[in-house]
Design a protein around this ligand. Structure first.
Ligand code: 9MR
Length: 553
């Protein structure tokens, strides 16, 4: 399944919006000219000159860029090289991202815990229900004044985090937040995006029904005293089986400050979002408000409970020694929820900074929420501080985008730079910030840099893969995802963004990597969970940016 790439031309394998910047990358072309031809009849419709040669450190390649932005006529094309080489075919059109946008959201449905996926919704990936999670034990590490070791709790639903079957609050939080932000920032887009899930015929946009599947799980992860369990997990990762083929005991493990603040932030946002859907979800908005307040109060009283893996638990840690950014994010959301100035003061007292958000660095989410919802509640100076932070981060991405030989805002430094575990999710999260900055302060550079990230994820990268299952001519096939592995269906579950290149492959050294160079350190094998796993947190910015790029001002 780990075939060599069969074209040296690196190009977005899905397509380009008509007015988008359009660039392909090729290693050492034989001649300075390229052409674009119509796929149906090989008629050449565009000729261009490659840019000058440049070397991209992360891939070690000396490449030239082929830009054909001026070609805007919808159609199916390929790029040809006078040396006789051709790219995969690609589309130009205003609908090029429709299927992908649907698939990226539908991926969450495919990862639902406690749910049967009938073929009516899941097609060939139909499967039986697994993990009811109605008989979950409180682990010794998670006892409180209200619950002792072995207390049985019920916490069904939620999404499987990734290729494993566990459910982790920290990672769920940023995923839900990003989907809810996508809805709030592009509500018309999502009001019209139905993805054929069991709730598709109700009066609620599918993205909010899907997010609710996970929020309802999160609700049950709060102890009556306000503290929130870090994760719901088996003791060890289970084997490569379908969800219904395993019934290993599940536990809730530890209560941490990070999980509790993350939960507070998400519940505060959910209280706002679902207040507009009171009929469909009666009482939820008020309940989430109270849940957020209780969580915040617990975190204030327990400000430094850091996750520490118990000796009998071996699953993902999502450990984070620095919870200052979680305090900043939660404080921002609590301010928007309550209007109490102490929360804003708290946010301002923490210099969380704006970076591409990730599960361990969430301060940026507070900036985004305040910029989007807080203007009327903030002084002009405070509002400007927030928007300047976001615009500054977007400008940083633009500077990188303009500097690299691939024309993408990804580069490396002594520590591996942008090529770490989940580098594709990090790239998508740069685009999240770019497109949010673009809504504050529209700029062609922000849109172009985002397009370059989309291109990178869909094939303009040093591996030759489109990194989303089911999308493009050469997508990942052998992903680290238990249902995709165990279901006897050749194609993996579609719509999932894989983790992507991870410099030097330290965690999974024996997984058949084509190269040790950072940008090529990717292996389309089950073995490589450090590059070929999928997660709910990497898909969320993909959902966001596909909506954003189609609705850019
Ligand atoms: O995405 C996580 C990455 O940032 C960490 O470096 C890595 C190792 O701690 O863990 C990743 O998260 C995994 C989680 O612990 C368990 N489910 C699968 C996740 C993706 O590989």
């Amino acid at each position: 399944l780990n075939g060599a790439s069969n074209t040296p031309i690196r190009i977005n394998q899905v397509g380009f919006l008509p007015n988008a910047k359009k660039v392909a990358v090729i290693e050492k072309p034989a001649n300075s000219q390229f052409y674009i031809a119509r796929a149906s009849d090989d008629v050449k419709v565009y000729c261009g000159e490659y840019s000058n040669e440049a070397t991209w450190g992360p891939s070690g390649e000396t490449v030239r860029m082929a830009e054909f932005t001026a070609l805007t006529t919808p159609g199916t094309y390929y790029l040809g090289d006078v040396g006789g080489r051709k790219s995969y075919s690609f589309e130009i059109g205003s609908n090029v991202f429709n299927d992908l946008g649907e698939a990226a959201l539908k991926a969450y449905y495919f990862n639902r815990a406690s749910a049967e996926l009938p073929s009516q919704y899941a097609g060939i990936w139909a499967r039986a229900a697994g993990h009811p999670d109605t008989n979950v034990l409180v682990h010794a590490s998670a006892v409180s004044n209200t619950r002792s070791e072995g207390t049985v709790i019920s916490a069904p639903k939620g999404w499987y985090d990734a290729g494993d079957y566990n459910k982790y609050i920290v990672n769920s939080g940023i995923s839900v937040y990003t989907l809810l932000a996508a809805y709030e920032h592009y509500s018309d887009h999502f009001a019209n995006l139905a993805v054929n899930i069991p709730e598709s015929n109700d009066n609620v946009p599918d993205i909010l029904n899907e997010a609710m599947w996970n929020i309802e799980w999160m609700e049950n992860m709060q102890d009556p005293d306000g503290g929130v369990y870090h994760k719901l997990t088996t003791k060890n990762f289970v084997g490569t089986v379908m969800p219904n083929q395993t019934n290993a005991q599940r536990y809730v493990v530890q209560r941490t400050t990070a999980a509790t603040l993350n939960f507070a932030a998400v519940m505060a946002v959910a209280s706002r979002v679902y207040s507009n859907f009171e009929q469909a979800f009666p009482g939820k908005s008020a309940a989430y408000r109270q849940a957020a307040l209780n969580a915040w109060n617990w975190a204030e009283a327990n400000p430094s409970v850091i996750y520490s893996q118990p000796s009998d638990i071996a699953t993902g840690t999502y450990g984070d020694n620095d919870v200052s950014d979680e305090f900043a994010w939660a404080a921002a959301e609590m301010y928007l929820l309550t209007g109490q100035s102490s929360y804003l003061e708290r946010f301002k007292s923490i210099d969380a900074g704006v970076i591409a958000p990730w599960w361990g660095g969430v301060g940026t989410l507070g900036y985004i929420s305040l910029a989007e919802h807080g203007q009327a509640m903030m002084s002009a100076a405070d509002y400007q501080m927030v928007t300047d932070g976001l615009i500054g981060a977007a400008d940083g991405s633009v500077a990188k985008f303009k500097a690299t030989a691939y024309g993408v805002p990804l580069d490396e430094n002594a520590l591996g730079g942008d090529f770490y575990w989940g580098s594709n999710g990090a790239a998508a999260n740069q685009a999240f910030v770019l497109m949010y900055a673009n809504s504050l302060n529209p700029s062609q550079d922000y849109v172009d840099a985002t397009t370059s990230i989309i291109d990178y994820l869909l094939g303009r990268n040093a591996t030759g893969y489109s990194f989303v299952t089911g999308a493009g001519a050469k997508p990942p096939v052998d992903i680290h995802h238990r249902p995709s592995y165990a279901d006897n269906i050749a194609e993996p579950v579609p719509g999932f963004l894989v983790g992507g290149p991870h410099s030097q492959q330290p965690e999974t050294p024996a997984c058949d990597y084509p190269s040790s160079l950072s940008a090529k350190s990717y292996s389309d094998t089950w073995c490589s969970y450090s590059t070929n796993e999928i997660t709910i947190n990497w898909n969320a910015p993909l959902v966001y940016l596909l909506a954003a790029i189609q609705n850019a001002p």
